[in-house]
Each structure stands twice: as C-alpha cells, then as structure tokens.
Ligand binder design. Structure first.
Ligand SMILES: *Cc1c(COP(=O)(O)O)cnc(C)c1O
Length: 482
C-alpha cells in the first residue's frame, strides 16, 4: 500500500483552494514497518451492505445514553443540551471544508471567528488575553500552571507550592504535580468554603498559587473570595480559576473581578459543545495582561491587514498542542455565545441556579444535603442515612438507570461521605426535574421494601452491574472478530 495514495484521495479539491502537498513519504509500507509487525493476510473485515451498516450503528447509538436521550445530572460536569444550531453553523461549507492550517489568506473568515471567540471569552471571564489552544479543562490547567511557572521564573522567584482546596477536582492536584509543584490541601470550613484562617496559615513565600473554582465543587459560592485573593496576592502568589463551574455565574460575576489572575474554561461544559469519551474538548486559557507574554504560541494576530499565526514570543511557554484546539468545537462555542447574547448568558446562570435549588428542595424530604443553605448550579447529597438502611450511594445511582436516568456523580467530592452530586443544568424542564425527584424518592422507599432491588441494579440494561475497577485495571481490548 502506498501511503501517499491515501493522502491523495482525501485531499480536498473544491473551490479552488490550494492545499500544500505536504512531505508525505512515498515509500511503501513494507519499507517503513518491520516485517515482524506486518500482517500476513488482510484483516477479516465484514462484507456488509449500507443498510446493514446503518442498522448496526443505529443499534449501537440506541445502546448509548446522552443528553439528547434524557436527563444527565452529572455533577461537576455540566452536561447541558448542545443546541443543534451550533452544529448547523459548524457544518457551513466555509467552515467545514477548510482547515485552519491552510495558508492564512484562504481561511481569514475562520481565523476571524477564532479571534471573536477569544474576545468573547475574555469578556465573560474578565481576562485580558486568551488562548484557544488547550485540548480540555485539564490541559488548560497544565497550560495555566506552566504560565505561572514561567512567570515566577522570570521574576526570579523560587516558589514551589500550589495550594488546592480539599474539595477540589482531582485534576487540580494532579496537574500541579505534573507541572512540578508540591501540592498542599487547604481544608474546608464548616460552611463548605475555603477555611480562611487555615489558608492564612498556609500561604507564605513558597506559595506559587492557589487553584480555586467558584462556585466550588460543593456547589457553594466562595463568598470570601476577595479576602482569599488578598491573602494569596499579599504573599506574592497567583490565583488560578478552574472554570468548570462558570455556568452558575455566567454573565453575573467575572473571575477577573474576583481577583483571579488566570482561568481555564471547559467549552464542553459551560459553552454547550459536545463532551464525549474524554474529547473532543477545548480548554481555553485566559490571563490578565501581565501574564499575556507567557501564553502558548502560535498566537493569532492582525498583521498588515490580515489574520496571521505569529510566534508566541520570547517569554511564551511554547506550543502546548500539535495545533490549535478542536476548531469545530470552537466554532460551536462561538455560535452558542452569539445565539445567547449577553442577556441569554445571564439567563443561563439564573435558570441553572434555580433548577438546582428547586431539585434540592424536591429531594429534601428523603435526602440530606452535605451543607446547609442555598446552592449555585449543583448540590451534593450525603447518602449516609441511606447507607445505614442498607443502600450505598452507588446502589441508588445504579437503580436510577432502571428509572431511565443517567446517575449523578457519586463519591465525589471526597470530603462528603457517600456523596451524590447533582447538577440539573438550565436546559431541563420542570417536568423532567419532577420525574427525576419522583424516581429518587421512590428509590428511597425501595431501600426498606426490597433492598436486593438496589443491590443488584441495574436490571434493565444490556449489561448488568460491572466491576468497573477490574475493567479499568484489566481491560479486554480484543476485537470479537479477531
Ligand atoms: C471537569 C472538571 C475539570 C477537568 O476538565 P476536563 O475538561 O474534563 O479535562 C477540572 N475541574 C473541575 C472542577 C471539573 O469539573
């Protein structure tokens, strides 16, 4: 097989756009792959008709559960509806049929969209500059901490500690460790917020920064955020905003105005672009002006009357990714921002918060919340009482599948015993929320009536309860046809 042939066939030829030929090797596959690794016979691919293929994939899609099939209240993940208008915009020929790595003069429109998205996201977060390059929230965190590191090095500061709250998402400490920092956990107080007194005792001249999400992972607004920022900044540290919970405050409050120096966003959460198997995501990073020189390159710039990719400059942390985010995803986020407008974004936050508080109240006769008081866009239940009666948070979650709902996040955040974290999002109707709470209340009664029903759930799925830890540790990755 000639690799060049595959490339030739897939090269777009439309609209007179010239695509540079690239330097694909013309060597035969036998010259490039060691003989021992080459197949002796072609793989046994099934010979099937189009109809059979359509039926196969339609069947597979029916086994899947997504936001388009029902409520997906996966706390911390903001699984909101992805409006189809986003897809229609991304499918427009002028967008779908070009590639952002084409010569810049042939993709000015697409580059303009990327620029507008940078501007809009900077406005929403209160930052001065933005990169769309990182591939996901966690990748944005890594980008952000590299920026923190480069900045401190430039200032001649040997700061080695990143602080994270004990309620933080696991990616925060993991990212800090990957970026070469020492991680220290700040305790939560009895109100589920950062313990300010403890923070004061922990911040010193070794503190590089504090990573925080606001509202926090318990769905609670850090109402002492200005004091927190003061404590960190006075000692010379930076304040990093984990944007995964931005949905609750969209258009209402901006991280930049709360004292944050840099942020990442999860477009697949707040900005209604598809999640899916860990990707395709996008995790743009925004910074205040003093950190802008450290952003990854290439950067989008207006040079002599056109958009160009320019080098990141002498202070840039370098390139974080082969290219520049998932462009199709970025276009969807841009479409979402345009279709919502400033008032629409505010309404998103208001409805998300209203829905969460409504659902929390509906569940309160049977389920205890981890912390008292109103919440933002999500809330955390503690199923301690259910556990004493014989059903763990996992059992309740699995039983919800039989009622037709995707289960909420369980056993996270770690600071709550038997945690169940519910995030309804703004896109769900009152009827759906009522149906979900009716299912939750019915399941609570089943615990006393028929505990085995929960212990053995789910009962109506193609596969029953899986040993998820075993599946992760010893995955069987053999194709059935082999
Ligand atoms: C989802 C999430 C992340 C990680 O984001 P990904 O886009 O999944 O990599 C980080 N922090 C919080 C609080 C999250 O909910």
């Amino acid at each position: 097989m000639d690799v060049r042939l595959i490339f030739e066939r897939s090269r777009p030829k439309r609209r007179g756009v010239t695509v540079p030929p690239g330097d694909f090797p013309s060597r035969r596959i036998e010259e490039m792959v060691p003989a021992a690794l080459l197949r002796e016979a072609p793989p046994p691919l099934p010979e099937v008709s189009e109809l059979e293929v359509v039926r196969h994939y339609t069947y597979l899609s029916q086994l899947n559960y997504g936001v388009d099939s029902g409520l997906y209240p996966l706390g911390s993940c903001t699984m909101k509806y992805n409006p189809k208008v986003n897809d229609r915009v991304a499918e427009l020929p002028g967008i779908r049929e070009v590639h952002p790595l084409q010569p810049e003069e042939t993709v000015q429109g697409l580059l303009e969209i990327l620029h507008q998205l940078e501007l809009a996201l900077a406005e929403v977060t209160g930052m001065d500059a933005m990169t769309l390059q990182p591939a996901a929230g966690a990748h944005g965190e890594l980008t952000g901490l590299f920026i923190v590191k480069a900045y401190l090095r430039e200032c001649g500061e040997a700061r080695t500690v990143i602080l994270v709250p004990d309620s933080a998402h696991g990616t925060n400490p993991a990212t800090a460790a990957m970026a070469g920092f020492e991680v220290r956990h700040v305790p939560s107080d009895s109100r589920g917020r950062v313990d300010l007194a403890a923070l004061r005792g922990m911040v010193d001249q070794r503190t590089a920064g504090l990573m925080l999400t606001n509202p926090n992972t318990l769905g609670l607004f850090e109402d002492q955020i200005l004091e927190i920022a003061e404590v960190v900044h006075r000692q010379g540290g930076l304040l990093y905003y984990d944007g995964a919970n931005l949905n609750a405050i969209l258009g209402k409050v901006r991280p930049g105005d709360m004292g944050f120096d840099l942020v990442h966003l999860n477009l697949h959460k707040t900005f209604s672009t598809p999640h899916g198997g860990g990707g395709p995501g996008a995790g743009p990073v925004g910074v205040k002006a003093f950190l802008a020189p450290y952003l990854p390159g290439p950067r989008l710039a207006w040079v002599e009357g056109a958009w160009r990719w320019v080098d990141g400059g002498p202070h840039s942390i370098g390139q974080m990714r082969a290219f520049y985010g998932n462009v199709g995803v970025l276009v969807r986020a841009w479409a979402y921002l345009l279709s919502q407008g400033p008032e629409g974004l505010k309404a998103v936050a208001e409805m998300a918060v209203l829905n969460a508080n409504y659902l929390k109240a509906q569940l309160s006769p049977s389920y205890q919340t981890a912390f008292a008081g109103p919440v933002q866009h999500e809330f955390v239940l503690s199923l301690k009482r259910q556990k004493q009666r014989g059903a763990k948070a996992l059992d309740v979650a699995k039983r919800l599948i039989d009622y037709g709902f995707y289960p909420p996040t369980v056993y996270f955040p770690l600071v709550v015993e038997e945690a169940m974290m519910v995030e309804p999002t703004e896109t769900e109707s009152k009827q759906t929320l009522d149906a979900f709470s009716a299912a939750m209340l019915a399941i609570d009664q089943e615990i006393d009536r028929d505990p085995a029903l929960l212990a053995e759930a789910p009962h109506r799925t193609v596969v029953r309860r899986l040993d998820e830890a075993l599946a992760a540790r010893q995955p069987r990755l053999v194709w059935a046809g082999e």
